[in-house]
Design a protein. Structure first.
Length: 281
């Protein structure tokens, strides 16, 4: 009798613990921009998700790309904004489920930029110059640009005088503008945003070229997250409609026209590129 009571009590405690855990959705993002900018972009989206899901949503900042992957695979966070490469890394280490991507992420690009005083007008003229990628784990700031450079027979470590990693897309622009490096590459969306906001001194930095398109960012959840909650999260993103003023503000901050469903198969090309570039086994 006592054992039965203990078993029931144990089940009730487990259910209460699960209910408490599911009452809070912990969300993070790869730190491809300054922490304050990531928080600013997420705040209205987080408030929207709280209303749609009927639960508290907390943004959990991390120090680097690897920390997001580790936290997601260790069930320390429930959902994360990942680049294509970090999604591939996370999926190789454990069960994760990609839910949605921006429509723009099915044809994403990166921008090569150069110091305006360099006199350089094409990639081949960068031979013997200094070059900056973003984070080593960035899809748009490293992996895909490296892959496309290698397709043009440009091996960064031997073609450039030096190769650096700025850590973030906006930092790459700052490095090129200051002359710390001659050229660099970054996420096309961040470049456009910085230009529109007047945060690029175009007397110091100019656009050199654009990569071919590829799949990139998505919102991914840990595989152990309740399946019904996964569906509710996906539907909340898919409901965002630019015709609704509140939704439009959220979409604009995310630099999205709308969100669409995604799947792991979309990122097989990223995985292949990473292996060819020597960044995955």
């Amino acid at each position: 009798m006592n054992i039965a009571k203990l078993s029931v009590a144990g089940l009730l405690l487990a259910a209460a613990t699960l209910s408490h855990a599911e009452a809070l959705l912990k969300v993070s993002a790869i730190p491809d921009e300054a922490p304050t900018e990531l928080q600013r972009k997420f705040s209205p989206l987080g408030q929207y998700l709280e209303k749609e899901l009927g639960m508290k949503v907390q943004f959990v900042p991390v120090s680097d790309y690897a920390a997001v992957v580790t936290a997601l695979n260790a069930d320390q966070i429930d959902m994360a904004w990942l680049g294509g490469f970090t999604f591939v890394q996370a999926s190789q280490r454990g069960k994760v489920v990609p839910l949605v991507q921006r429509e723009e992420d099915s044809r994403f690009t990166s921008k090569y930029i150069v110091n305006a005083d360099s006199g350089i007008s094409k990639l081949q003229q960068l031979k013997g110059k200094s070059f900056a990628f973003g984070s080593a784990s960035s899809t748009s700031g490293h992996l895909m640009p490296r892959y496309f450079l290698q397709k043009q027979h440009i091996k960064p470590e031997t073609f450039f005088k030096s190769v650096g990693y700025s850590g973030a897309h906006d930092a790459t622009v700052a490095w090129v503008a200051s002359g710390k490096v001659d050229a660099g590459v970054l996420n096309a969306s961040v470049w456009d945003k910085l230009v529109e906001a007047g945060k690029v001194d175009q007397s110091k930095v100019k656009l050199l070229g654009t990569t071919p398109p590829y799949f990139d960012y998505n919102w991914t959840v840990r595989g152990s997250l309740d399946k019904k909650l996964q569906q509710k999260i996906q539907q909340a993103f898919l409901k965002l409609n630019a015709a609704n003023p509140e939704h439009k503000a959220i979409l604009e901050l995310q630099r999205a026209s709308k969100f669409i469903p995604t799947k792991a198969a979309n990122y097989k090309g990223i995985e292949a590129a990473a292996k060819e570039a020597g960044l995955l086994q």
